[in-house]
Design a protein around this ligand. Sequence first.
Ligand code: GLN
Length: 301
Amino acid sequence: MQNPPDPREAEWTILNLLKWATGYFTSHGIDSPRATAEILLATLLNLKRIDLYLRYDQPLLKSELSEFKSLIKRRVNREPVAYIIGKKEFWSLDLEVNPDVLIPRPDTETLVEAALSCLGPVDAPLDSAGQVLELGTGSGAIVLALASERPAYRFVATDISLKALDIARRNARRHQLSSVVSFVAGNWLDPFSPNESVFDMIVSNPPYIPSDDIAGLQPEVKRFEPLLALDGRSDGLHAIRQIIISAQPLLKPQGVLLLEIGFNQKETVIQMIQHCGHYHSFQIIKDYAGHDRVVVMHKIG
Ligand code: GLN
């Protein structure tokens, strides 16, 4: 490291350290260098970011300096901030994350918004207990966002990764949603009998990146995030195809399937839905960056 904080020097105050770390991140091409320095230091000191500025001239202990240095090294080695601090905010929920689960993306809030608008307003009467299924829940971000907004529904969420399910369950407990969401281990729809048309909604952010594109992703993604949650096989559409075909028997008539898709997958996914023939009134929704991001389709019936 250039000019590392020297634990023997007394003048390493919060402010000095933030300035130094910001410059260090900048020289290593790290995004949002100031915010990154603030988040790492605030987490280490167990403070809110804003509190760093109330204590800007507080000197750090030697042990804090060396711990901060190791956090900085991890970030310069391209480990995502969310894995370093072990959490990520999604839909205003503070979620535990680690490399067993994908870090929830702001793009995926578009999927949550679309799902909520399909479920209708929070006070809309439910004929019977409405049931929502999420496939490949990872940290639980999507199902917990939906459950926090529509607690009158029953939610089921699956993942093939038992380690991911552990995290999702802990996140459900953290937000007092364990009684509303059940977690089931299994590959996509395999845990369910196709004769049970019980779900009002099925929602998923499946892996959709073509295998050959993985090598070109940012180091933060390809070196640290779970390949299982990213790799959509040769054309990127393996999981999407499987879900579109196998979800429809499990949906109630008029039930809705919502999927997150890659920015360039709209045409192929539309062809897939039309070819499948079990859905009508499909719709594509863009994310805030203007990319086609979510496909919504209703089961015929
Ligand atoms: N949106 C994620 C990315 O860009 C991919 C998530 C996925 O494959 N479902 O890395």
